[in-house]
Write a protein that binds this ligand. Sequence first.
Ligand code: ADP
Ligand code: ADP
Length: 228
Amino acid sequence: MIEMLNVSKKYNNGITAVNNLSVKIEQGEFVYIVGPSGAGKSTFVKMMYREVKPSSGTVQVGKYNLTTMKEKEIPLLRRFVGVVFQDFKLLPKLTVYENIAYAMEVVEKSPKVIQKRVLEVLDLVGLKHKVRMFPNELSGGEQQRIAIARAIANMPGVLIADEPTGNLDPDTSMEIMRILEEINNQGTTILMATHNSQIVNDIKHRVLAIENGRIVRDQQEGEYGYEI
Ligand code: ADP
Ligand code: ADP
């Protein structure tokens, strides 16, 4: 599903954020990305949806070769890779319905398909009753559930979550995890960068530990493994 081979990313300021990294992730896996701040976790996941272009090496995500991909093909990749952020990034002037529908309109889904799917993903995250609300009328946890619903609306093969529980309390974080688990059980590959040691240690999955832009540990059913 995902294969990186000898991938490096050197930013314009001279910092090498990812250093000759290779990894293979199979379809349907749930993978935590852990490591200290500045280790290169964000850069690593951003390369999977071409938010960051690698300086060298090859990145394959599904059928997409991100190294040879042309700019105009990026929208196709973005349908295949859904993304969820720590700060939700919902559009404040749009309702819950419109936020999700918008993600489907840009890929030219018909209004009928959109309507059905928006309600389906809202049901999956348990927020069908909030469909007419605006983001600022929702709690942080609810906003993140909407962001997840939006990210999966186009049925991506891969879901990337960069610190999805970073702004949430422990109970709310667990709710988010239950939803991500369900999405994963339906076959979506999930990569989650996180500092949440309790989640990593309680809900066991493969752990990739990154330090100084390299994978220093790759462990099935792994542990968080850092003092905080
Ligand atoms: P995290 O992913 O750890 O939550 P960020 O991705 O916001 O945090 O930033 C991680 C580090 O990258 C920080 O030290 C930040 O200062 C640095 N950083 C982010 N964007 C830039 C940039 N455009 N130029 C230089 N450093 C940056
Ligand atoms: P993490 O997510 O593990 O905190 P990042 O990938 O955000 O790590 O950052 C890795 C390194 O790359 C840090 O030294 C950071 O300052 C640097 N960095 C991140 N984003 C940028 C950027 N846009 N421009 C320059 N340097 C960056």
